[in-house]
Unconditional design. Structure first.
Length: 78
């Protein structure tokens, strides 16, 4: 069996988080799990020097944080 290194495991775990996020019934849970996966993908992409992968996942993190913050502030004002 081939030896799997830490960076490769990080990529697989990030993929697992992103994929499983789409099974969530709650949009907030989806965004939280997806954000965690996207952050791991940014780390993975920077490590393997894949800038386009890092940039799109950084964008996804920002979008998720924006909507989570918007949802949180809307709950506090109501």
């Amino acid at each position: 069996m081939e030896n799997i290194d830490f960076v490769e495991c990080l990529g697989y775990f990030a993929s697992l988080l992103v994929a499983s996020s789409f099974l969530m019934k709650s949009i907030n849970k989806l965004r939280l799990v997806n954000t965690a996966g996207a952050i791991l993908f940014v780390i993975y992409a920077v490590t393997i020097k894949a800038l386009p992968v890092a940039l799109i996942n950084l964008f996804i993190v920002c979008v998720n944080i924006y909507y989570l913050t918007k949802q949180h502030t809307a709950k506090q004002t109501s």
